[in-house]
Design a binder for this molecule. Sequence first.
Ligand SMILES: CC(C)(COP(=O)(O)OP(=O)(O)OC[C@H]1O[C@@H](n2cnc3c(N)ncnc32)[C@H](O)[C@@H]1OP(=O)(O)O)[C@@H](O)C(=O)NCCC(=O)NCCS
Length: 170
Amino acid sequence: MITLALVAPGHAPALQPLLEHPGVAEMTPLPHPYPPDGARDYVAGLIAAREAGTRRDWVILDGTGTPMGVVLIKDIDRTRQEGELGYWLGVPYWGRGHATAAARAAIALGFGELGLTSLVANTLPENGASVRVLTKLGFTPLREEPWVLPKWDAPRMGVVLRLMREQWAG
Ligand SMILES: CC(C)(COP(=O)(O)OP(=O)(O)OC[C@H]1O[C@@H](n2cnc3c(N)ncnc32)[C@H](O)[C@@H]1OP(=O)(O)O)[C@@H](O)C(=O)NCCC(=O)NCCS
């Protein structure tokens, strides 16, 4: 059983040790080694972007209210009614269906409260768990696109998947 809560400054101390694990950074733009105060700055940035209307980030809470990770919709374009879904979970919480449940809840908010009609998601094809999460939720491949990140020596080829609101089964 998971719940989502809008990211708040008080979540940073619980997110910091989760973000320090190399497994979370390996296939995401998150840095590694993770800076000692990284989560505080990360959360502050997410809140600023939420206030600017360009993204919405939720912490994923377990049944006791402990933060396990973050699910998000970024690059929100109200005119085009589009956004990009993303998520990460702390390594101790992998493999229990939490990412699928959290993404499902975020999609419902994106297509509901945020009024979006289309969501994309970017992943690396070798990120088998993420591809599986997206496929389970009904996302289908749209195109390939290189990821260029300063932390990598060379670009890596990613895949963009898309889910339209009218295809969303809930
Ligand atoms: C990707 C991530 C969010 C998945 O979280 P999770 O809670 O373990 O995901 P779920 O348990 O909801 O679902 C994972 C699914 O992938 C499957 N899976 C796991 N590892 C896999 C692999 N290497 N190849 C294929 N499928 C895999 C699981 O069996 C499960 O499918 P099932 O329900 O049909 O059995 C988590 O591993 C993570 O945070 N990784 C680091 C950050 C990241 O990569 N974020 C996504 C960036 S695009």
